[in-house]
Ligand binder design. Structure first.
Ligand SMILES: [Cu+2]
Length: 286
């Protein structure tokens, strides 16, 4: 039998040796990771990616850890809080960097966003990003259920469109119909605090009277809202949808069906994503 004292002594000797030669091991008791923001503290309404850096107590990059995030907005006027859809974070790379993706619902003109970042063995970290409206094109639109309701009100499906990074100058795009890649993220709204990604084989509002088993999802995209045939988007299974469409000039349209029920925008069975003009600013509320 090992005497506790002897064991302790052996462990601390091993630890000291380890620290000197920077070896690994499973002595995680005194691990103290530090989280920091490695990208700009700015986002847009819609898809925003932040780089979170993880270092150990020697200031060295930590590889292979996955932080979690929790975005929350405190509304200035009402004092109410709400969350936002997000994809969480990727696993840290060799530089200790992890990409965390948030889909902000509104800009900081309406209140204060706080993003809490957590990781086991790390000190809690949070930041307050400045979130502005995208001025290039529609990045967020909502379609609603008909018989698909929560507490008697239509269930909301929020569609986010990623702005292409290699956007053409507007005059050029206006003048020349072209093909375009569309990348969407679709979240459903369960409450002000819960916006899960829309995916098959999930249950929305699970455990409530409004529970909905998602058996099928159809996402159709077209540059022509009167087209006979729309392009079927393909899914990554986690809420992201992509498609290449032809004939694009300044607007594309998205149809969404869940369990074969078309989701609506008023009388229309599609959402509209248009390049921003002076007359048509992006919608303000969520
Ligand atoms: Cu808000």
């Amino acid at each position: 039998m090992i005497k506790p004292k002897t064991f302790l002594k052996a462990t601390s000797t091993t630890l000291a040796a380890c620290m000197l030669i920077a070896c690994g091991g499973d002595d995680s008791d005194d691990t103290n990771y530090t989280l920091s923001l490695a990208s700009a503290e700015t986002g847009i309404v819609g898809e925003s990616v932040f780089s979170i850096n993880v270092t150990d107590d020697n200031g060295l990059a930590v590889y292979g850890e996955t932080p979690t995030i929790k975005p929350m907005m405190l509304m200035t006027d009402s004092g109410m809080e709400h969350s936002a859809p997000h994809l969480g974070c990727t696993t840290t790379d060799e530089q200790g960097n992890s990409d965390c993706t948030v889909y902000f619902l509104m800009g900081t003109s309406m209140g204060t966003w706080t993003v809490d970042v957590e990781l086991e063995n790390a000190q809690a970290f949070s930041f307050n990003p400045n979130v502005s409206m995208s001025m290039t094109e529609t990045v967020k639109a909502t379609l609603k259920g008909t018989d698909d309701t929560i507490g008697g009100l239509p269930r909301n499906y929020i569609i986010f469109s990623s702005v292409p990074s290699m956007a053409m100058p507007m005059e050029m795009a206006m003048a020349m119909p072209t093909s375009r890649s569309v990348e969407l993220f679709i979240a459903s709204k369960e409450s002000m605090m819960s916006f899960p990604a829309l995916a098959t084989n999930t249950v929305l509002s699970e455990g409530s009277a409004d529970a909905l088993s998602v058996d099928s999802i159809d996402v159709l995209i077209s540059a022509d809202k009167d087209a006979e045939t729309w392009t079927t988007a393909s899914s990554d299974g986690n809420g992201k949808w992509t498609a290449d469409i032809d004939g694009y000039t300044d607007t594309f349209y998205v149809k969404l069906s869940v369990n074969a029920e078309a989701k609506m925008s008023g009388e229309l069975d599609f959402a509209t994503f248009a390049k921003t003009t002076d007359e048509a600013m992006p919608e303000m509320a969520h």
